[in-house]
Write a protein that binds this ligand. Structure first.
Ligand code: GDP
Length: 299
């Protein structure tokens, strides 16, 4: 909780300060509600949620004095209501050997780092983990994944830069199966020559994975960078269409005042949110819980 609230400090303090500035020595009126709605929009909560919160703040309070804490408590309640249905842990089905997790997202969103953090978490739980360096487009991505492999003592399956990522995924599942490993985390490219090519490649990776195991991938995690704000919404659409996203991980919540984007995403796409990234370190991955996040955002 401490890591979460300090991670979300930039979102909560900018929202909290703005709310406190608004409500000082004023009675609640329409103009104040509009100002509150603006503050919520600036924190990237999205138009629907911002309108709903400002209506809830106004309910029964017109012409009365209102405190910043009153507003924050309504924000926390409304945000929790939106987030509660999507806050779901990532469940590893132990019957699958390996449980195959495909990790997708645009370049720089934090895929490789998240894979490293997940590998540390799963091996800490006593599971045997393998990593597949499926972002064969970037040499740096392959190197970075190998470092995470060493750090977490997990074997890494990697090919040369430019090699076929679908056959790499195929080889990785086959190897993980032979070795009876518990979890296989597959990295993917986040940028190729263009978006159509990227999506075609992802489709191919999924198709080839299914040839080895028709029930796989058992989870498709989309990693989203919170600092891109509303842009995250269209990333969800594109990746969901191509790869059938089963859950989200939102990274870099420590470096942004736009943490509210998670609320807009939950409202619009209703996809499960499993984890949030609150730093670059191996332990900076927190399970996503609605109440804690709502309290942290409201400040
Ligand atoms: P990829 O291209 O999607 O694989 O992204 P990377 O895993 O290489 O991450 C891109 C950059 O974001 C790296 O410098 C990471 O250290 C950084 N990063 C990843 N997750 C987080 C996070 O939760 N918080 C912060 N502050 N940085 C992060």
């Amino acid at each position: 909780w401490r890591r979460l609230s300090s991670g979300l400090k930039r979102t909560s303090s900018s929202l909290g300060t703005a709310v406190a500035d608004l409500v000082t020595k004023r009675k609640l009126d329409r103009a104040m509600l509009e100002d509150i709605e603006d503050v919520l929009l600036r924190a990237d909560l999205g138009t629907e949620v911002a309108a709903r919160i400002s209506a809830a703040v106004g309910h029964g309070r017109y012409d009365k004095a209102i405190s910043a804490d009153d507003v924050k408590s309504v924000v926390a309640t409304e945000v929790e209501t939106v987030l509660a249905p999507v806050a779901k842990p990532l469940e590893i089905d132990g019957a699958q050997k390996p449980f195959v997790i495909l990790v997708v997202g645009v370049n720089g969103s934090g895929k490789t780092t998240t894979i490293g953090k997940l590998a540390a978490k799963f091996s800490g739980e006593g599971r045997k983990v393998m990593l597949a360096a499926g972002d064969t487009f970037r040499a740096a991505a392959i190197e970075q994944l190998k470092i995470w492999g060493e750090r977490t003592k997990s074997p890494v399956i990697a090919g040369a830069q430019g090699s076929d990522s679908a056959s790499l995924a195929f080889n990785a599942i086959t190897a993980a199966r032979e070795q009876k490993l518990d979890v296989l985390l597959i990295d993917t490219a986040g940028r190729l020559q263009n978006k159509a090519e990227l999506m075609n490649e992802l489709e191919k990776v999924v198709r080839v994975i299914k040839k080895v195991d028709a029930s796989a991938p058992h989870a498709v995690l989309l990693v989203l960078d919170a600092t891109v704000g509303q842009n995250a919404l269209s990333q969800v659409e594109a990746f969901h269409r191509t790869a059938g996203v089963t859950g989200l991980v939102m990274t870099k919540l420590d470096g942004t005042a736009r943490g509210g984007i998670l609320v807009a995403l939950a409202e619009k796409h209703k996809l499960p949110v499993h984890f949030i990234g609150v730093g670059e370190g191996i332990d900076d991955l927190a399970p996503f819980t609605a109440l804690d996040f709502a309290k942290a955002i409201a400040g």
